[in-house]
Design a protein around this ligand. Structure first.
Ligand code: A2P
Length: 335
C-alpha cells in the first residue's frame, strides 16, 4: 500500500506516522507530505528518515490512500485532486464533515457503512469522537434524547504553535501566540472561531457531528473550553435518555463497548484524567452517576488523547476498515 500522510510535519501528522507504525499498517511506500515551506525536511518512519515532499509530487506518485491533517482549506483544495488519481482520502479537517455526500466515520459505530465509492472520508472532530464512542452503546440501549456537554480541551488540539505558547509561558520566555490570551494558568472559553449564534465552531461541531454520526434526533448543547493541559481532552456530559436505566446496566454496556475503558471506582480515586489517557488509543469513561434533578438522566466524565483516538488513531482505523473490506484501489484491481 502506498500511503501519503499530508501534514506529516504537524502534530497530528507525526502521531499518524507513529500509529501507522505501531499498528503495523501495510505500508510499502510512505509519502511524507507538507507545504513547500518544509522542502528539505525529513520525518522518521520505521527508524528511517523520509524526505518531505510537496502536494504536486505526492499526487504524481499516485498513493492508494492519503491521511490528511493539514487544515480545512488545504483539504478543500487538495483532497479532490488526490481522489481524482484514484487515491482514497481520509480527512481529519472539518472541510468535508457536514457534506451530505461524505461519510463521517468512527469505525466502531459506522465503519460498516464504508463502500468502494467513498473517495473522501471525513474523520470527526476530536471532542465528538470520544463523546459519541461512549454514547453509542447507551443510545442503542436507552435512546439518547438530549446531551449537555462541557469540554476541557488540551492545547495539543490547536497544533504545535499552541503547545509552544504554553511552554514559553512556563519557561518565562516571549514567543508567538496561538491564542489571543495567555493559556498557562488560565482557562479560555473559546475553541475555534465564533459563529453567528454566539457558539464557537467547536461547539457547533459537537452538535452537528453527533447528530450525523449517531442520530439526527439527538439534541446537543455544548460549551467548549481550552485548558492549560496536554495529553487529552476531558468532557463533563449530562445525558437524558428516552427510557429508564440502571447504573449497573450503563457500567456493563460501557465495560463491553469496543475502544472504551471504564475507570469508575471513585472510592479508590479511580477516574479518567488526561495524564492517564495520554498516549493511549482508548476512550476512558468514569464518574458515572444519576442526575438527581430529573428522571432518566446520567452524568459522566469522558477523557481521551485527542491526538490519538480523537484524530490519528481514528483515521488509521478507518484505513484498516478499507483494507479489511478490500475497498482500496490496489486491492480492487487485485480482486
Ligand atoms: P508545514 O510544516 O510545511 O507548514 P500543525 O497543525 O501541527 O501546525 O500542522 C499542520 C500541518 O499541515 C503541517 O504539516 C503543515 O506543513 C501542513 N500544511 C499547512 N498548510 C499546508 C498546505 N497549504 N499544503 C500542505 N501542507 C500544509
Amino acid at each position: 500500500m502506498k500511503v501519503a500522510v499530508v501534514g506529516a510535519t504537524g502534530l497530528v501528522g507525526g502521531i499518524m506516522l507513529k500509529v501507522l507504525e505501531e499498528r503495523n499498517f501495510p505500508v510499502d511506500g510512505l509519502l511524507a507530505v507538507a507545504s513547500d515551506r518544509s522542502a528539505g525536511k525529513a520525518v522518521r518512519f520505521r527508524g528511517k528518515d523520509v524526505q518531505v515532499i510537496g502536494m504536486e509530487a505526492a499526487i504524481a506518485a499516485k498513493p492508494d490512500i492519503a491521511l490528511f491533517s493539514a487544515g480545512g482549506s488545504t483539504s478543500l483544495e487538495w483532497a479532490p485532486r488526490f481522489a481524482e488519481v484514484g487515491c482514497t482520502v481520509i480527512d481529519n479537517s472539518s472541510a468535508w464533515r457536514m457534506d451530505p455526500t461524505k461519510k463521517l466515520v468512527v469505525p466502531e459505530i459506522n465503519g460498516h457503512l464504508l463502500a468502494a465509492d467513498d473517495k473522501i472520508i471525513a474523520n470527526p472532530n476530536c471532542s465528538t469522537i470520544q463523546m459519541v464512542l461512549a454514547l453509542a452503546p447507551l443510545h442503542k440501549a436507552f435512546t439518547v434524547e438530549r446531551v449537555i456537554v462541557s469540554t476541557y480541551q488540551s492545547v495539543t488540539g490547536t497544533g504545535m504553535k499552541a503547545v509552544a505558547q504554553m511552554q514559553n509561558e512556563r519557561d518565562g520566555v516571549a514567543g508567538e501566540m496561538a491564542y489571543p490570551f495567555v493559556i498557562d494558568r488560565n482557562v479560555i472559553p473559546r475553541c475555534d472561531v465564533f459563529t453567528d449564534n454566539g457558539y464557537t465552531k467547536e461547539e457547533m461541531k459537537l452538535v452537528l457531528e453527533t447528530k450525523k454520526i449517531l442520530d439526527p434526533a439527538i439534541r446537543v448543547t455544548a460549551t467548549a473550553v481550552r485548558v492549560p493541559v496536554t495529553g487529552g481532552h476531558s468532557e463533563a456530559v449530562n445525558v437524558e435518555f428516552a427510557t429508564e436505566f440502571e447504573l449497573g446496566q450503563v457500567r456493563e454496556l460501557l465495560r463491553n463497548a469496543p475502544g472504551i475503558v471504564l475507570l469508575d471506582e471513585p472510592t479508590k480515586d479511580e477516574y479518567p484524567m488526561p495524564s492517564i489517557a495520554n498516549g493511549r488509543d482508548e476512550v476512558f469513561v468514569g464518574r458515572l452517576r444519576r442526575d438527581e434533578t430529573q428522571p432518566r438522566t446520567l452524568n459522566l466524565w469522558i477523557v481521551a488523547d485527542n491526538l490519538r483516538k480523537g484524530a490519528a488513531t481514528n483515521a488509521v482505523q478507518i484505513a484498516e476498515v478499507l483494507v479489511s473490506k478490500g475497498l482500496l484501489r490496489r486491492e480492487r484491481v487485485m480482486h
